[in-house]
Design a protein around this ligand. Structure first.
Ligand SMILES: [Zn+2]
Length: 306
């Protein structure tokens, strides 16, 4: 049975021991039936549990495994209850949490805290099978990193987008709906169009600024533009206010919580933010469980630090 809780004390009361935390993970991971993480066997009759242990055995591949194998918890030395507290914080704190803060809150090293947070950001990624955005969608890109003053200039003049030393990120916000954001390699037309085609249903209304890379979108979408250069921020419904709020929020997380994010990890921080935004209607316990339900795929230290 999957336990529910609305506060952090309720979480610890519902899961008072490491065994109860393991049982909780097992209930969530096998909510749709048992499967073997080693060979993919999904025949529940062919998966057993060694009596009195947390070791499962697959009668298809003949191997033994714990419920953590093949998840972000694989090989962890930290108790699951410590992980759950971290999940509570990263999914519920509006601006995220710094590894230094998490380390002191949980009594773990900063290195461990950094690793925990990165594994959780990996879990928070939006899977490609998510439904495309539709209706009214605002799209924009921005440069992150570097000096605030220079960023502002480059944006205003529509030159130098993607300056060296900065990371260019693209965001798509469905009005009243879901959010997508990620790093892009450049602001060429084919890149911008490619991202929009991958994430937005044909026929949707797409709002962008007048950057030339967005020209031609009207072949597939109802494309409306906002002319920032002329000070025309609102022309009827053609605004990009929602996606600009997204950048404001991300920059507050960047500067306020983390101070610096390496370009290599930028996508992970965007995952974390969009995970929270896309589950804004859930309560805190539901958001915690939501992250716990997408922990497939280990994220080893050597991948993170490569
Ligand atoms: Zn197997």
């Amino acid at each position: 049975m999957i336990q529910s809780f609305k506060t952090l004390p309720q979480l610890f009361a519902a899961l008072p021991t490491e065994q109860s935390a393991i049982d909780h993970l097992t209930a969530i991971r096998w909510a749709n039936g048992k499967f073997c993480p080693l060979c993919g066997n999904a025949n529940a009759a062919k998966i057993g549990t060694l009596t009195g242990t947390n070791t499962h055995k697959c009668y298809e591949c003949r191997k033994r495994f714990s419920i953590k194998v093949g998840t972000i918890f694989q090989d962890t030395k930290l108790p699951l209850r410590t992980w759950y507290a971290a999940i509570w914080m990263i999914t519920n704190h509006p601006k995220g949490i710094a590894s230094t803060t998490l380390a002191t809150d949980l009594g773990i090293t900063q290195k461990s805290a950094w690793f925990v947070l990165h594994r959780l950001r990996h879990a928070a990624r939006t899977d490609s099978f998510n439904a495309p955005l539709s209706g009214e969608v605002e799209v924009d890109e921005t440069a992150v990193g570097g000096l605030e003053k220079n960023k502002h200039e480059s944006k205003k003049k529509h030159v130098g987008r993607g300056l060296i030393g900065k990371t260019v990120v693209m965001g798509l916000v469905q009005r009243g709906g879901q959010v997508r954001a990620g790093v892009i390699d450049n602001v060429k037309s084919e890149t911008l169009h490619g991202v929009i085609q991958n994430h937005v249903e044909a026929g949707a209304t797409v709002y962008t600024d007048e950057h030339r890379g967005y020209r031609g979108l009207n072949a597939r979408y109802d494309h409306q533009t906002v002319n920032h250069g002329a000070g025309e921020y609102v022309s009827g419904k053609a605004t990009t206010n929602a996606v600009e709020s997204l950048w404001a929020l991300f920059k507050r997380q960047y500067h306020g919580t983390h101070h610096f994010i390496s370009p290599k990890h930028m996508d992970a921080y965007l995952n974390e933010m969009t995970f929270r935004l896309n589950r804004r209607d859930m309560d805190k316990g539901q958001r915690t469980t939501a992250l716990l339900s997408q922990i497939e795929g280990p994220m080893p230290w050597k991948v993170l630090t490569a």
